[in-house]
Ligand binder design. Structure first.
Ligand code: AMP
Length: 224
């Protein structure tokens, strides 16, 4: 049985930041489709080149490109017991494809981070992302100790090309139109819980952790 936790919410809601912490707390690998595309771009793969034009325009990458990449990632052995999805699904066909792929015994939970639009804009336009480990700093709220360097791994932190105010406006419009309908889709299946994401990250984390899955006991603990 796999545990599938989906962190849902608009760009800037805190999905990436919370997912990297939750991944450790719940012992689930963090799978971010945005990070996977950025890795492809950095490696100069054909998929990375195809995705880039959509990402730079604030649009969604077409479902078929996303699905192949995502399913390849979650078929790896570290995902056998489950995984934590960040930035996927973003359309109803993606959610449908995921549901068809999971086994009936698998459990799915969707945690929906809710944050007002003005706060999203402020977070996104001040965001600095590490090019090496994807850790996120904020120019004002959590600036790197050494300017331009990630506190976590020492990699270079930069503003993502799609984190400008202009592209953010497009990403938010795309979210409202194509992604937000998933709230009703998962809500109707009894899988969705709303979480107030407009609070200090520590409080949001505790709330998400209490609504997620309990960490799995180790095989030794289970047989004891
Ligand atoms: P993120 O890092 O989650 O903000 O994603 C950055 C960009 O990658 C998005 O604006 C999309 O262009 C693309 N992307 C990431 N995940 C998906 C997805 N599930 N479906 C379509 N496009 C995606």
């Amino acid at each position: 049985m796999a545990r599938v936790l989906i962190l849902f919410g608009p760009p800037g809601a805190g999905k990436g930041t919370q997912a990297s912490r939750l991944s450790g707390a719940l012992a689930l690998p963090h799978v971010s489709t945005g990070d996977l595309f950025r890795e492809h771009r950095a490696q100069g793969t054909e998929l990375g080149k195809q995705a880039q034009k959509f990402m730079d325009a604030g649009q969604l990458v077409p479902d078929e490109l996303v699905l192949d990449m995502l399913f390849e990632r979650v078929s790896k052995i570290d995902c056998a017991g489950g995984f934590l999805l960040d930035g996927f699904p973003r359309t109803i066909p993606q959610a449908d494809a995921l549901a068809r792929r999971l086994a009936p015994r698998d459990t799915v939970r969707v945690l929906n981070l809710q944050v007002p639009d003005a706060v999203l804009l402020e977070r996104i336009t001040g965001r600095l992302t590490c090019q090496r480990c994807s850790h996120v700093h904020h120019l004002k709220h959590s600036p790197p100790r050494e300017p331009g360097r990630c506190d976590k791994c020492g990699g270079e932190v930069v503003q993502r090309s799609d984190d400008s105010a202009e592209v953010f406006g497009k990403r938010l419009a795309v979210y409202r139109q194509q992604t937000q309908p998933l709230e009703a889709w998962y809500g109707a299946r009894g899988l969705l819980a709303n979480v107030d994401g407009n609070r200090p990250p520590e409080m949001v984390f505790e709330d998400l952790r209490s609504q997620g899955f309990p960490p799995q006991a180790s095989p030794e603990a289970r047989s004891a």
